[in-house]
Design a protein around this ligand. Structure first.
Ligand SMILES: *Cc1c(COP(=O)(O)O)cnc(C)c1O
Length: 335
């Protein structure tokens, strides 16, 4: 199948499986897994942060970060469309008593500075304590503007807020803008990075930050049930991705642009945005259901009914993109 639903569908390569097979392991809850230790050290160095901590998922990594930054009754400013706010089951509120203050995004995915400024509550016992600004990069595939990130995090710091970045796809941003990962991480106190998206590991996310923050996050990881034992098998997969799968994200971006070109040429179809490995398009309502069936019959999985997001990833090649464009063309030619 040509699966355009998400970059989470990527499967471990034979070389990645070999790395997993060969990994020396120990009990990581006791700090005894050498593969986890060397992977965490490599990510910390790449991100330019003091230390790093491996998590089973990005949801848990983000949640542990929010719990480490905030106390009960504290508030986090985040985007209406932010994964931490919208797609993580309200975990920070459920488990941490942390109140979210969602803000509308600008078209480029940023949270406008004046909206952030207005949302930071004065120190007064009537209000929750605004404690944290959480941004996301990339967001909807879009790379946040570097000057904006600096201004937003400066603003947060001026008001005594900590800053967290959901960098599930920060490697895509680094590759797309030819910027070192550490430069993109530098403005933030903590950053969560995913290895199970476009980088192709079966699971694994890493939180990077100061030793004090990561110590706190490690405690929360244990509370959340994320202390794993011989997780060197997972770390080895992620380490392989870090060493071998980053540069090729550029291929995904190039293919997403080619797919956008093909889709934009279809009658009545509008490409709303294409950035890094994602494209969003609008298909006339009446076509959606028959199109999904038409594509599926040709071995193509796409989500057209509820959202119209196409995600390109390392398990999709140039030929696959042409197959998808042809399949769309065929459908519309028959109308
Ligand atoms: C995928 C993703 C996460 C983490 O999701 P998990 O499925 O829990 O690994 C966090 N933020 C964003 C933006 C994501 O796309």
């Amino acid at each position: 199948m040509i699966d355009l639903r998400s970059d989470t569908v990527t499967r471990p390569t034979p070389a990645m499986r070999d790395a997993m097979h060969a990994a020396p392991v120990g009990d990581d809850v006791w700090g005894d897994d050498p593969s986890v230790a060397s992977f965490e050290a490599a990510v910390a160095e790449r991100a330019g942060k003091e230390t790093a901590l491996l998590f089973p998922s990005g949801t848990q990594s983000n949640l542990a970060a929010l719990l480490a930054h905030c106390q009960r009754g504290d508030e986090v400013i985040a985007g209406q469309q932010a994964h931490t706010y919208k797609y993580e089951g309200g975990g920070a509120a459920v488990l941490g008593g942390i109140q979210p203050q969602p803000l509308e995004h600008a078209i480029d995915g940023s949270l406008p500075l004046e909206k952030i400024r207005a949302a930071i509550k004065p120190r007064d016992f009537h209000f929750a304590r605004t404690r944290l600004l959480a941004l996301e990069n990339t967001i909807g595939g879009k790379v946040l503007d570097a000057d904006y990130v600096k201004a937003a995090t400066d603003l947060a710091r001026e008001h005594g807020l900590a800053t967290h970045l959901d960098g599930a796809r920060l490697f895509n941003a680094a590759v797309a803008t030819d910027t070192p990962l550490a430069t993109l991480c530098a403005p933030f106190d903590s950053v969560s990075l995913c290895f199970s998206k476009g980088l192709g590991a079966p699971m694994g996310s890493v939180l990077v930050g100061s030793r004090a923050l990561i110590d706190e996050a490690r405690r929360w990881r244990k509370v959340l049930g994320g202390g794993l034992r011989q997780s060197g098998i997972i770390a080895a997969a992620c380490h392989h991705a870090l060493n071998h799968h980053v540069a090729s994200l550029a291929e995904d971006h190039r293919r997403a642009a080619r797919l956008a070109q093909g889709i934009a040429a279809l009658p009545g179809v509008e490409v709303n945005s294409v950035a890094t490995n994602m494209l969003f398009a609008h298909f006339p309502e009446a076509h959606r259901e028959p199109l999904v069936a038409h594509l599926q019959a040709r071995g193509i999985l796409a989500e057209l009914l509820y959202s119209t997001r196409f995600v390109v990833h390392r398990d999709i090649g140039d030929d696959d993109i042409e197959t998808v464009i042809e399949a769309f063309g065929e459908y519309f030619a028959a109308q």
